[in-house]
Design a protein around this ligand. Sequence first.
Ligand code: BES
Ligand code: MN
Ligand code: MN
Length: 486
Amino acid sequence: MIDWHLNATITTDKAINCAQHVLIVSDVDHLQIGVFAALIAQKLSRMQRTWLDLEQKAITLETQAGQLVSVVCVSTQRSPFDVQTQLRKAMTPLLAEYPSHVAVCLQCDDASKDRLLAYIAWVLAINAHVLTPLKKSQPTPALTQVTVLGHDRLPDTGWIEAMVSGNTLCRNLTLTPPNQLTPALYMSQLHALAATHDWTLQVWDFDTLKQMGAGAFVAVAQGSTDKDAAIVKLSYRHPQADKTLGLVGKGICFDTGGHNLKASKYMLGMHQDMNGGAVALGVLQAITLSNQVVNVDCWLAIAQNHIGPNAYKQNDVVTALNGLRIEVIHTDAEGRMVLADTLTLAARQQPDVLIDYATLTGSMQTALGTRMSGVIANRPAFAQQWIAAGEVSGERVVEFPYAEDYDEALESEVADMKECTLDAEADHLLAARFLGKFVDDAIPWCHIDLSAYANKNGLGAVASEVNGFGVSLTMHWLAHFLIKAH
Ligand code: BES
Ligand code: MN
Ligand code: MN
C-alpha cells in the first residue's frame, strides 16, 4: 500500500527537498517553465534532442543534489495505452533502484490532472511490488510513499489498489513453477484465499465429475496420475447486488500437449497455461477488495494435460456434461475440453453475464501477437463493450467473429462435433464456436483468448513479461457497463 501526500503547489525548491527519486510528468507547454527546466534543457542540447522529442522517449537525469529525475512529456490526446506505456517507461529507471519514496511533479492543464494522476497512481502501484516467485534473487523493494506536487485531489486509490492486488495475485500464480502449483497445491492456496476473503468455495473433484458425466473435463484430467484435477467455484456476494457475474478460467497447471506432445520450444512456459483462471481469480479479488455491488461466481477448471497410458487419445469419443458427444482430434486442444464442462456448470446457474478467460489458442497469437487479446462474444453489442473497456483501461482487445457457418469445420462423422481440426484453419474462431455449444444463448457471453498474457519487456502499465492482462480490463468493463461508477 502506498501512502499519498498531495501538494497543490510545485516549485523547484520543493522538488529538490522532497525525495531522491522524482518523476516529472508534464505536457509540452509546461515543460519549459517547469521544475528542473534548465537541467533538462542542458541534457536535451547535449543529446541534440528537442523538448518535443520527450513525447517519444522519456529522459532520466541526475541533479546536483544527487536526485534521480525521470522526465516524460504526455498528452491526454493520446490513448490510455500510450500514456500508460510512456509512464511505465519513465518510471522504470526510478523503480529499478527500489525507492521507498517517490515524488511526482504534475505539470499540465488543470482539466487533465485528475485523469493523469489516476494513470500515474496505477502505473506506480502496479510496478512497485516485486513478484514473489522472482523474489529470492532480488532485493525487496517497498515503495511506501508518494508525494505529488502540482495537484491536491487524489484518484480513487482504493479502486486502483484493488486492481493492483488482483493483478499481482494473477501474475504471482502464473509465474509459480509447475512443481509448486500442481492442482493439489493450487487448491490449498484457494482454500486460504477463500478464508481470507470470505468467499464460499465449492469443489467438484475428479470422481464427482466422472460420476456426473463431465466427460470432456475428465478426458483431460484422467491423464494425470494424481487425481487432483477439479472444477472449483468461488463466490462473492454483496448484499445490495442485483446482478451476478459468472467468470470462468482455464487453469491448466501444465500443458505438455498430451499424446500429441509439444516440442520443447513450445512446452517451455506451459505452467503459465493456468493464466486464464488466475485472471478470473484476480478479478474476483479486485471486486472483493473494492467492495463492488455485484455478485460473482468464479469457476476455475484446474487440471494438467499429461501424456501417459491413461491419457485421452486422438479418436476418443467422449460425452460432455451437457450430453454432447465430442470426437477428440488433437490432445493439445485440452483447454476447450476442460472449459466445456466448466461453462456448462456456470451457465446452468443463469448468471446475468458470463465471461471466460483462457490462453486458448496459438492462432490468436498468430493473429494478434502478444500486445492485444482477442474477444469473441455471442452478441455484437457485448463485444463492443469490451472494445470500449480495452480502450479506457489500456488493455486492448480486438473483436473476432462468432459466425455459425464456421461450425461446418467441426462436423464429425462419429460424434456431435469435433474438438478441433488438424488443418491450419482459424482455430481461435473454431475454439470459440466449440465453447459456445456449452453456453445457453440467452446469456450474454464473451470469450477472451489471452494472447497478450505475456509480452517481452512489459506491456502498457505493467513492466513484467507476464502482465495480468484482463484484470484491469474487466474492472473497467464492470465500472462502465455493469455498475457505472468510474
Ligand atoms: N495453451 C495452448 C495455446 C497457447 C500456447 C496459448 C501458447 C498461448 C501460448 C493450447 O492448449 C494449445 O495447445 N492449443 C493448440 C490447439 C490446436 C492443437 C488445435 C494450438 O494452438 O496449437
Ligand atoms: Mn494445449
Ligand atoms: Mn493449453
